[in-house]
Design a protein around this ligand. Structure first.
Ligand SMILES: Cc1cc2nc3c(=O)[nH]c(=O)nc-3n(C[C@H](O)[C@H](O)[C@H](O)COP(=O)(O)OP(=O)(O)OC[C@H]3O[C@@H](n4cnc5c(N)ncnc54)[C@H](O)[C@@H]3O)c2cc1C
Length: 288
């Protein structure tokens, strides 16, 4: 299929993009890597009258790459999944390898070379790796619009099914990860390599002297938005031998969720996946 007619606008700067969005109103959509939006337009699930292309903004606009600041690791919205996948420790900083390692789960290489961090976050798919990592690691999303720049914590950003706190006239400029997560891991199960995961699990363990003292647990594919699971985090805080602790954490996670059932799997199947994937994520995180 082909998209409905639209007018193409090429933004020359982030400011230009923000101005165009404000001028064109609700009928306009930003185009970054195009890996979600173009597919939606081809299926006529999205029919924007105007596309504002930010995909070719120069690096001098500051929307691409990694920066280290007192607030944490800042990743520009136009940074591609592949740039993160191939980043070294000097670029990412110690304790952020989970971001790099999680990228192998995002689609296929051609998708990763064009798709962007900001596009993933704005798209707000509950099983998208970036959305889950943001929720797990308390990331902050920086958005620029006609009312100025604001920062939204990931916990307040994802409302529900492809729905976020972003206003139609706002542009995500960067993502801030406030703390290193040296014992974090993300894993998932998809029917075929490169598909979106049916369930995605991510954990970030607090480890002291080789023992788990607590941690964070996030799941995708079990609710309309990516979620943290406080019951599983409470289980982790109780401590104990790793195998017993991880099994208790997984059991608590599976019991706490009320997953949907659809063509990709029943609610019960998603619970079984959750149990297995949480243990797997805990084991991977611990082995770092
Ligand atoms: C076959 C296939 C498999 C895939 N598998 C996965 C997967 O396993 N995991 C996964 O996470 N993703 C997957 N994707 C999606 C891919 O990661 C996309 O890159 C991503 O979802 C969107 O990024 P983009 O830069 O392509 O955004 P676009 O498609 O250009 O835009 C997506 C949406 O975000 C908005 N937007 C883009 N940039 C910004 C910004 N800076 N500020 C505000 N709004 C913005 C657009 O207006 C649009 O609404 C897959 C895609 C395909 C085609």
């Amino acid at each position: 299929m082909k998209p409905a007619p639209f007018t193409y606008h090429r933004a020359r700067s982030a400011e230009d993009a923000a101005r165009l969005l404000a001028e064109l109103g609700d009928e306009a959509k930003l185009l970054a890597g195009g890996q979600s939006l173009i597919a939606m337009m081809n299926y006529r699930l999205a029919r924007p009258r105007h596309l504002v292309d930010i995909g070719s903004l120069p690096a001098s606009e500051g929307l691409t790459g990694f920066r280290h600041s007192p607030d944490g690791l800042r990743i520009g919205a136009l940074t591609t999944h592949h740039a993160v996948e191939t980043a070294d420790e000097a670029q990412l900083g110690a304790g952020f390898a989970v971001l790099r390692d999680a990228m192998r789960w995002v689609g296929h290489l051609p998708i990763r070379t064009r798709g962007t961090v900001g596009g993933s976050i704005a798209h707000g798919d509950s099983t998208a790796e970036w959305c889950l990592l943001a929720v797990l690691l308390d990331a902050r999303i920086v958005a620029r619009g006609p009312r100025g720049t604001r920062t939204i914590t990931a916990g307040d950003f994802f409302y529900g099914f492809f729905s976020t706190a972003l206003e139609p006239d706002e542009l995500i400029t960067e993502l801030v990860f406030p703390h290193p997560a040296p014992h974090a891991a993300l894993t998932e199960f998809a029917e075929r390599k490169g598909d979106f995961g049916i369930v995605v699990a991510a954990v970030d363990l607090d480890v002291e002297n080789g023992a788990v003292r607590g941690g964070r647990v996030a799941l995708g594919g079990v609710a309309p938005a990516p979620v943290r699971v406080p019951e599983a985090e409470e289980a982790l805080a109780r401590g104990g031998p790793d195998d017993v602790l991880f099994a208790a954490c997984a059991e608590a996670a599976a019991a706490a969720i009320d997953p949907p059932g659809d063509g990709n799997g029943s609610a019960q199947y998603r619970r079984i996946l959750t149990r297995r994937l949480v243990i797997q994520a805990c084991e991977e995180a611990m082995s770092r």
